[in-house]
Design a protein around this ligand. Structure first.
Ligand SMILES: [Zn+2]
Length: 221
């Protein structure tokens, strides 16, 4: 079913409708809503955990910056030893990575779109988060990078549920879906495009950012 229909539980739609239907049809009796919810949440979790193939990403570079600002030139020094910065070093505002569009903060037409906030990982086990400042491409090495404003993980999302009865059951799926990040970026870092995993939906709270990675979604621009 997963393979035929894609992520059934993409942001939980299928699972939740199913769950609502099930609860709806059971409103005469069951008092086990908590168990049902955790049961479905864990199915959801299992489906999402299907390992993603880690391959070299297909990249399309959009919107080059013609007049590269001096503030970004230090990046070439960090990434490359060649002396032809003008031929070698290019900044881009948008990249299409494996058919998904990613914006950067220097792309001014992004409106309210959050498609510049991403989850990335060097080992597919430890996840990191941040906003894309810009994309970089080097001609001499043919490598592409993103400059990331890193937002560190502040605490586990499940910590908010420590006092509830279902903490043990919910802990794993909650911490897989939701990440509590520091509101302020602690540093900038350069990563290879291949380490970018997913867009995130971001909730700006007063003390933190809550980010939830998006598995699949439709692109508009
Ligand atoms: Zn170079």
């Amino acid at each position: 079913m997963y393979n035929n229909h894609g992520a059934l539980t993409n942001i939980g739609c299928f699972g939740q409708e199913d769950l609502i239907g099930y609860i709806g049809s059971n409103h005469h009796g069951t008092r086990y809503y908590g168990e049902l919810i955790t049961y479905y949440y864990n199915i959801d979790f299992a489906l999402h955990m299907k390992p993603a193939a880690a391959t070299t990403k297909k990249i399309e570079k959009l919107d080059p910056v013609n007049d590269t600002h001096d503030e970004y030139k230090y990046l070439h020094v960090e990434l490359c030893d060649c002396e032809q910065i003008h031929q070698c070093f290019r900044l881009y505002r948008r990249f299409i990575i494996n058919d998904r569009i990613f914006h950067s903060l220097i792309y001014k037409k992004r409106g309210k779109s959050n498609s510049y906030f991403i989850q990335y990982s060097f080992d597919q086990r430890h996840y990191q988060f941040g906003s894309i400042q810009c994309f970089i491409s080097l001609q001499s090495t043919e490598k592409s990078y993103a400059l990331i404003n890193v937002h560190r993980v502040q605490q586990k999302y499940s910590d908010y549920f420590k006092s509830t009865k279902y903490y043990d059951l919910l802990k794993k799926p909650l911490d897989n879906y939701f990440f509590v990040l520091e509101k302020r970026s602690c540093k900038k870092t350069i990563i290879l495009i291949d380490y970018i995993l997913k867009h995130c939906i971001v909730f700006n709270m007063s003390e933190c950012i809550v980010a939830t990675p998006v598995a699949t979604h439709n692109e508009h621009d």
